[in-house]
Each structure stands twice: as C-alpha cells, then as structure tokens.
Design a protein around this ligand. Sequence first.
Ligand code: PMP
Length: 420
Amino acid sequence: MSEGDESGDPTDGGTDLTADGDVDGSGGAAADEGDRFTPADRVDAVPPSGIRAFFEVAESREDVISLGVGEPDFTAPWPARSAAIESLERGRTSYTANRGKPKLRREIARHVRRYDLEYDPDEEVLVTTGASEAVDLAFRALVDPGDVVALPTPTYVSYEPGVTFAGGEPLAVPTYHEDDWSLTPEALLAAGADEADVLVLCYPNNPTGATMSRAELSAVADFCREYDLVVVSDEIYAALTYGDEHVSIATLPGMRERTVVVNGFSKAYAMTGLRLGYALAPPTASAAMTKVHQYAMLSAPTTAQHAAVAALRRCEDDVREMRREYDRRRRYLTTRLRELGLAVAEPRGAFYAFPRVAEVAPDGDDEAFAETLLEETGVAAVPGGAFGDGGAGHLRLSYATGMDELKEATRRLETFLAER
Ligand code: PMP
C-alpha cells in the first residue's frame, strides 16, 4: 500500500481512524473492559463505517494497488513547505487570530476572485482546520435540532454524520448515472427537499467526479430561492476541474446571501496533512461559525497558515502541473474502463471515476464485487454504496495514483472481468 493509505480519513479508505471512533483499530477493546461511558445518542445513531473491514483486508496484502484513497499522491509543493519550515525557524508557534491570519484571509479573498467570488477578509472569511471543520461548523452554527438537510447522493460520506451530530435530519436526494450525476430541481422535489432547510452541494463531486454547469446550477438556485433553502457548497475540488470553468452557486443571482462556500488546501495543493481550509459566508453566518470555531478550536494550525499564504502566492504552476497530470490519468482511466465494457459518466472534476459494475457484479452487489476484486487481483476500490444508496452498483476509483499503478490496476481488472 502506498503512503497515502495511512490516511486518517475514514471516509476515503483510511484505516487508523474509523468512523466508529476506533482510533487504534483494536475493535473497541477498552469498552469491553468495563469503562463507564455511553456514547451520546446522536453519536450512537451514526452507523460504523461500512468500508473499514474492507480496507483492513487491503492492508494485510503485499501486492495491493489502491485506487481507494481520496488524497493526492503528490507532496505539497516546496514553496508551501519552505514557508512552513521558515515560520517554525522564526518561532511562529503561537495562536493566530480566531478567524485566521489577516494576511492569509486577504490572500484567500484575492484568490477566490478567479471564481467571481467577492468576500470581505475581516467579516466573511474564516480559516478552518481543513474543509472538514468548515463543513462541521456550518452544520453546528446554522442547523437547529430537527432542521432538514438535503444531501444529494452519492456524496462524500462525512456530511450525513455531521448533520446528525449537529441534531439535524439528513434527507437523501438521489442523483443518477443516466443524468451524469447532475442534480435537478425534479430530483430535489421528488425527494421532498422543498421542505428542507439546508442543501449541501459538492461539485466537483466526490465520489462521482460530476460537475454542474452554470445552467444546471441556476435551476438548483431557483429551487433554493423558491423554497427558501440555504446552501452549504463544498467546493474543495474547484481547482481540479477539467475543461470547463468552475462555477460557484454563490455567484448566481440571489444566492450569495444564502450560501456558505467551503474550500481548502488539501486537494489542489496536496496539503492534506497540514489541515487547512476556509469558509466564505455573509457576515451573519460567518460570525456564527466563527463563534463555534473560537470555542472549539481557537484558531487553525499556525504553521499551516504560513504554508497556505505561500501556496496561494507561489504555487500556481505546481497546481497547474498536478491538474495536468490528473487530467492525463483521468482520460486514460475512463478510456480503459469503457474498453473493458464498463459504463462510466465522464468525470469532469476531482480525481475519481465512478463506473457502473452492477451488470458484472454478483447479484449487482458493488460491495461483493469490490471484495472479490481485492481478493483475486489485489486492486482496492471503494464500493459505491458507501456513498449513499444512489451509489450502489458502482465503484469509486481514485486516480490520485501513479500512471504505472493505474495501468497495472486496469490490466488486472481486465483479467478479472474476462473471467466473469
Ligand atoms: N470535502 C470533500 C468533498 C472531500 O473529499 C474531503 C476530503 N476527502 C474533504 C471535504 C475534507 O477535506 P480537508 O482535508 O480539507 O478536511
């Protein structure tokens, strides 16, 4: 397994911190020895990660090629690393302002203008511990107990637990392979999202790689205005959009005042371990989120903030280079999958392909398919059902993996499919 597989992200194939809180992988032995704790009901309500056991098998093998992880195989570019090192050499080891270093907030405000987003660095930009914290803060600061939060599926698996932890009611809104996984007002209405309070968007999407065009987003924006939903828009893959420009829903008429935009440094700058993200939101939402952040976190990691300033100022070429490489792999992988007879919606962003395997899987079961694939070939991929019901019958393949590994993985997949 590559270094990336040691990721602590339970949602993306990590194994050392699982969604059921089993940090050391001991299977919760301490609980059996009679400690006196009972998890809070809202924590108990969240089922354990369905993919943990699967990745334990993956870890136990030597020859595994993992297309399972959701983190870049690149290392953070040198300008960002040097800035972090230099900040430590200079002894910059204190907290920063709660909202983040003013210099970084100004850089973020400047940076997001490329997406036509205009935010005041003092009142509307909040620097967080990863995009993860920004999403969590949005739920904790803006969702009241019983509020309904619409989650288009398949989607990144942290949202639903986050909503539950915040006391909200998650509402799945299925999207479909046949529609290239795009979200429509019809799908929202069919799922009852007209009664929802919040809509979470994730485009470019994890796990499907789908993006939304301006016209598609406009239709969703109309729906949000008509039924008075606010939006949490996780745009962490914005910089990894291939071909088309990234459109943020916050730039559409009447949407800025009802949208929290989330972004971060993990994906575009390959800075997952530095844990830095940000939220852009109008003053009321930003202040509420800052209040929770201030008490829960004080401030985001200082060293990472120094790295982030350099990332925004001096790593443009590195990002372009990484995007070019992902694009090359994306085209290779989708072409190969189609050659092997698997239907796959064109991934237009992020670093995932989401082929349909229902027809070649035993009983159409993606989990059984992924397990057999791993056992027989050593290729690890995440079963699509892990991303919500809408993902069942599919497989998430990450191409944040070297080209040679991709070639070998698809070669093994070819042999595997030929034997079905
Ligand atoms: N949102 C999405 C859609 C993601 O895929 C991930 C990472 N797997 C995150 C948020 C978390 O990012 P961060 O490392 O910035 O917390």
